[in-house]
Design a protein around this ligand. Structure first.
Ligand code: G4P
Length: 526
């Protein structure tokens, strides 16, 4: 067996996040190309649902199939084992992305140089900030006209609320784009558009080297020198510890499509990005180097084959080594379990694996036992934190349309909620079931899957709600008084916790004002 400390040190587990179309899929593919995990560009299918096809069922099914294959992509590069955890591009699946972010040690954010910071990037960055996740930013599509790089840096700081430090710098953009100067390693890469091959680098002594003038022309060389001087004057020296604390984000420029500026990013990434970090459990902090295995389920993926109701549970290994055929303790059910066919994810292949190390993800076949957030250990009763549900933003009553299939419907709803597809609340006033989601698409997915996987049919009925929030108070009397006053708007979540259903932002802010002893929470973890 390999040495545990060495295995941990060489691992880098991260996610690439972006607003749809900024170039996440393209960058992922180019990283795999460097790792030799794929040999031609175009091999990684985008797992996004094209905007034009939001209601196309085949597209959704295809997307689910593709995302099993590309959920986790592992590859080796320069002696490192790199795991990219994929996140769904479509914003209606934002909750999946939030959960995936709990299983990574760092993040690369892709920005389109013409569009700057877009809405979804802002939201995802909030989650990174909550967890102090180290962030590297890749400004993409430099082969096209975009905004001035200094303006982009300002926008990154103000919109993403993080300090930035450029570690590479472009020489022009669009048609005049000539290359990037690598501030981190002091060399220059000249731009040659090429989708398949990696651009050669040119070694220079320093920024004043005359060779720069020869290859990019005197004016551009001088502009580059001025820019670098300005950068060194405005931005403090890059501090690795500040990056690891999530306080400063190094910024790289390039063109993923042309495999340009990507190697600079990757080489710096393996050097500075954190290896597997300690994980916070309710009871204690778990260090990756502990000899005993622990891990948690951060994602459940339903099987494509409707005849077999089996899923894959994605378990992030937090400490120790996971072994095939060994008994592990499933904390929530208080049962021992053994896995004969755990799968590893290398490139786009799934294969059975005997040993899995911290930072890696292991796929466990699941027939409805696992729930998002479940912990597996060698016997210790611990619960990993950090998989909050967010207050949903869209709500509908779910109604059974086939009374003969009530049992199937209830089972289907329970299992889909375990998978984390959406959230279920039961209104205490009329006892009706309410499904809360972050996007319209989830309702369609649920209805479709209930029918195709459980043989149960349902209908949606509108409910006018603004937000559901969890409430609690140290003062029992105040809590009872609130629940009495708002009894028509009180619901329970699946854990039996009190949830207030506010029908407008006005009602919510009035309630917060009128009931100061009640705490209103917008994520399920408080
Ligand atoms: P996403 O996963 O973040 O949604 O983005 P994706 O990589 O799918 O890229 C979105 C579009 O941007 C794609 O074009 C892709 O080819 C293009 N793109 C990515 N990187 C660059 C770049 O460096 N320069 C330029 N000019 N374009 C880039 P598409 O037309 O939507 O898709 P496709 O038909 O090319 O696959």
């Amino acid at each position: 067996m390999a040495n545990l400390t060495d295995e941990i040190k060489k691992r880098r587990t991260f996610a690439i996040i972006s607003h749809p179309d900024a170039g996440k899929t393209t960058l992922t593919e180019k990283l795999l190309l460097f790792g030799g995990a794929i040999h031609v560009a175009g091999a990684v299918k985008s797992n996004k649902i094209k905007k034009t096809a939001t209601s196309d069922w085949m597209e959704i099914e295809k997307q689910r199939g593709i995302s099993v294959a590309t959920s986790v992509m592992g590859f080796e590069y320069e002696g490192y084992k790199i795991n990219i955890l994929d996140t769904p591009g479509h914003q209606d699946f934002a909750e999946d992305t939030f959960r995936t972010l709990t299983a990574v040690d760092s993040v690369i954010i892709v920005i389109d140089c013409a569009k700057g910071v877009e809405q979804q990037t802002r939201r995802l960055m909030e989650v990174c900030r909550m967890r102090n996740t180290p962030v590297i930013i890749f400004v993409n599509k430099l082969d096209r006209e975009g905004r001035d790089p200094f303006d982009i840096l300002d926008e990154l700081e103000s919109e993403l609320k993080i300090s930035v430090r450029p570690l590479s710098w472009p020489i022009n953009m669009g048609a005049k784009f000539k290359g990037v100067y690598n501030i981190y390693e002091h060399n220059l890469s000249l731009f040659k558009p090429d989708k398949q091959h990696v651009t050669e680098r040119m070694d220079i002594k320093d920024i004043n080297d005359h060779e720069i003038d020869e290859v990019v022309g005197h004016d551009d060389a001088q502009k580059l020198r001025d820019d670098i001087e300005l950068i060194d004057g405005v931005y403090p020296q890059f501090d690795e510890l500040e990056y690891l604390d999530g306080k400063v984000a190094p910024v790289f420029f390039g063109s993923a499509l042309n495999t340009f500026g990507v190697k600079e990013l990757l080489d710096c990434f393996i050097r500075i990005a954190p290896s597997p970090q300690p994980t916070q459990a309710v009871e204690r902090v778990v260090e990756p180097g502990e000899s005993k295995f622990t891990g948690f389920v951060f994602k459940i993926q339903a099987n494509m084959d409707p005849n077999h109701r089996s899923c894959i549970a994605f378990v992030k290994v937090c400490s120790g080594v996971f072994h095939r055929n060994q008994y592990y303790y499933h904390v929530r059910s208080d049962k021992q379990m053994r896995f004969t066919a755990p799968t590893a994810f290398m490139a786009q292949k799934k294969e059975i694996i005997d040993e899995v190390y911290p930072g890696d993800v292991v796929g466990l076949p699941d027939n409805g036992v696992f729930k998002i957030g479940d912990t597996l250990t060698e016997g210790e009763k611990i619960h990993f934190k950090g998989l909050p549900s967010f207050s949903p933003e869209m709500f509908k009553y779910i109604e059974n349309t086939d009374p003969m299939k009530t049992k199937q419907l209830n089972k289907g709803i329970e299992q889909l909620m375990d998978e984390g597809v959406a959230q279920l609340f039961v209104n205490q006033f009329n006892n009706r079931k309410i499904i809360g989601t972050v996007g319209q698409l989830q309702f369609e997915v649920i209805q479709y899957r209930l029918l195709h996987e459980y043989g149960a049919s349902c209908r949606w009925e509108p409910i006018h709600l603004y937000k559901a929030c969890w409430i609690e108070s140290d003062d029992d009397e105040a809590l009872e008084a609130f629940k009495h006053r708002k009894h028509q708007f009180m619901a329970l979540d699946r854990e039996g916790r009190d949830v207030f259903l506010a029908d407008s932002s006005y009602v919510l802010s009035m309630a917060q004002q009128d009931f100061p002893k009640i705490h209103f929470h917008f994520t399920s973890e408080f």
